[in-house]
Design a protein around this ligand. Structure first.
Ligand SMILES: Nc1nc2c(ncn2[C@@H]2O[C@H](COP(=O)(O)OP(=O)(O)OP(=O)(O)O)[C@@H](O)[C@H]2O)c(=O)[nH]1
Ligand SMILES: [Mg+2]
Ligand SMILES: [Zn+2]
Length: 277
């Protein structure tokens, strides 16, 4: 039978197929082949022996979070607790861009900052909106539902940012566990322990455990510029300009002229440094 993995906890792989859930295990050969089944994978499984026999070809697959076949990522970003960080936001965006995943920025905990502070963040978010990203808050439920429809959407972000809370707001029957941030951050604990996939609005949503560390050494330096979509509006005199120290670089000029946000450029330099040759 064919189905989709919707949850993995230790060796238990829950597969959804034709309205039913099956508790399956992967066949032993996967381990030998270093093939790791992930939530979102479409699989062939035996409904008698309850063994996953084959992972069907993937559209895409990630190590962080451990998911496959994603169309769109909601980057859930709290304004406080955990604190707002443009560097971290750029990190998540770049990771998704380099895998051709659509990005939506979703701000949370607006109620916990002063109107003045929120105005400042809104100004910066206008920049992200201008370069083509949807920016929403966790109060824009109708808009978020429109974006979810017909797509497979992963919700990512730091632990305590409010991913599970947002999903519960969208659909209370998800009934996901949410947690106190002070406890989560203080003890390095995650409220959401496993990735879980749910059908929603003719689309799918995946709740994931929070994370903030991402490894750019898996990418090549020359590809990092593709993660910064506003860079494509500029042409440098050198075809292979690295945009790091070249004298006549159009990107560096645009940063100087305040056309490109300085924090974006600094993120670029950081990821470029971390990327492999
Ligand atoms: N004031 C306020 N609190 C919020 C908001 N969104 C989430 N929270 C709170 O933040 C805490 C953490 O929320 P969760 O939804 O568990 O966070 P998470 O991103 O799922 O965290 P992990 O599962 O650990 O990755 C909970 O106590 C929520 O009630 C918000 O917009 N405003
Ligand atoms: Mg959670
Ligand atoms: Zn350049």
């Amino acid at each position: 039978m064919q189905g989709q993995i919707v949850k993995i906890s230790s060796s238990r792989h829950v597969v959804y197929s034709n309205g039913c859930y099956y508790n399956t295990i992967p066949r032993g050969k996967f381990r030998k082949d270093k093939l790791i089944p992930k939530v979102g994978d479409y699989v062939n499984f035996n409904d008698k022996s309850l063994v996953i026999e084959e992972i069907l070809p993937r559209k895409n697959t990630f190590g962080r979070p451990m998911v496959s076949n994603i169309d769109r990522a909601f980057i859930v970003t709290s304004l406080v607790n955990p604190n707002f960080s443009l560097g971290l936001l750029d990190k998540f965006i770049a990771h998704m861009e380099l895998n051709n995943i659509d990005v939506v920025i979703c701000l949370t905990k607006i109620d916990l900052v002063s109107p003045k502070e929120y105005e400042k963040i809104k100004d910066v978010m206008q920049y992200y909106n201008n370069i083509g990203y949807n920016v929403v808050t966790n109060n824009d439920l109708l808009k978020i539902k429109e974006l979810i429809r017909d797509k497979t959407n992963v919700f990512i972000g730091q632990t305590g940012a409010g991913k599970s809370t947002l999903l519960n707001k969208l659909n209370p029957s998800f009934n996901l566990k949410t947690g106190e941030v002070s406890l989560a951050l203080g003890r390095g604990r995650h409220t959401t322990r496993n990735v879980e996939l749910y059908e929603f609005l003719d689309g799918k949503v995946l709740d994931t455990p929070g994370f903030s560390a991402l490894d750019f050494s898996i990418y090549k330096k020359e590809n990092i510029k593709n993660a910064f979509r506003e860079f494509s509006n500029y042409t440098c005199p050198f075809k292979d300009c690295s945009h790091t120290k070249e004298e006549e670089c159009s990107i560096r000029k645009a940063v100087n002229d305040k056309e490109i946000l300085e924090s974006r450029y600094n993120s670029y330099l950081k990821f470029y440094e971390e990327a492999s040759k």
